[in-house]
Design a protein around this ligand. Structure first.
Ligand code: ADP
Ligand code: MG
Length: 270
């Protein structure tokens, strides 16, 4: 497989560089010129009302959807320049996805669901998958089917699957949206713990102010644009100048449309 073309060094300096990103669905402009940068290891909450473009942005960042114009560079990879097969490889190697709907394959065990993510690697390493499930506290549930697991446990399997390839960036689209508050809190603690231990960059879509407040940075979208971008604590390696701080977002929604699943679904269906 040909390697992914590296981005020019200047724009590859930050782990995520989004510049004037526009996404058009027919005549509907879902993203109308979004720009921001994310440093390696940052934990960013992405907020905004329903329809503001959060899922569209996450899907583009994760290579599940294409952009109309602008630049998106993740870990040195310019996403607008990737072929279909390079995009598949980008998703498998760089990105860990956690969705609101857990997207587990119902007839595969927890272990097999995690091993699916290793599809693109030549070694299907069962031990590795088992360790990943142990890390998320499911060492005793390896052979359970999704239907035999609680919602929180299913989301743990999804997290183990997302982390199996040690992704550079974890994208979570309302990961607690389908969980009761206790399971939701546990899932967030787990993501936070993994973020701290593995140093992965995390972008998490959430409507929960409590979650947002626990993140060092909140980016709020409205009508496909960045409404505000706020860092709560100084971030050690941050050198970008940011938009002036604005007051925190008040509006929030509860239910979000399920993400359109394209790439991984296809991979999973194989
Ligand atoms: P959010 O996740 O913030 O609720 P989305 O990114 O899902 O918002 O949607 C942003 C806008 O783009 C909405 O108006 C939505 O209806 C539209 N949209 C999203 N996906 C598609 C699609 N596949 N085709 C057409 N319109 C879409
Ligand atoms: Mg959404």
């Amino acid at each position: 497989m040909s390697s992914i073309a590296p981005a020019p060094p200047l724009i590859a300096a930050k782990q995520v560089v989004i510049e004037n990103l526009i996404k058009q669905y027919g005549t509907l402009r879902a993203l109308g010129g979004v720009s921001f940068r994310v440093n390696t290891g940052e934990w960013v909450a992405l907020m905004g009302p329903s329809g503001s473009g959060k899922t569209t942005l996450i899907n583009i960042l994760g290579g599940l959807d294409t952009l109309t114009s602008g630049h998106v560079v993740v870990d040195g990879v310019d996403l607008s320049k990737l072929s279909e097969s390079q995009m598949v490889r980008y998703r498998a190697e760089k990105v860990g996805f956690v969705f609101q709907q857990f997207h587990l394959v119902p007839y595969l065990t927890a272990l097999e669901n995690v091993m699916l993510a290793q599809y693109f690697h030549s070694v299907t390493d069962e031990t590795q998958a088992e360790e990943a499930l142990q890390r998320v506290g499911l060492g005793e549930r390896l052979t359970h089917l999704p239907a035999q697991l609680s919602g929180g446990e299913q989301q743990r399997v999804a997290i183990a699957r997302a982390l199996i390839n040690q992704p550079k960036i974890i994208l979570a689209d309302e990961p607690t949206g389908n969980l009761d508050s206790r399971s939701g809190d546990e899932i967030l603690m787990l993501i936070r713990d993994l973020h701290q231990r593995l140093g992965s960059t995390v972008v998490i879509v959430t409507h929960d102010m409590k979650v947002a407040e626990s993140c060092a940075r909140t980016i709020a979208l409205r009508d496909g644009r960045v409404e505000h971008d706020e860092r709560r604590r100084p971030y050690s390696t941050a050198s970008d100048s940011l938009e002036p701080e604005t007051e925190r977002m008040r509006g929030r929604e509860r239910a979000g449309a399920p993400a359109a699943l394209k790439g991984p679904q296809r991979a999973i269906e194989k």
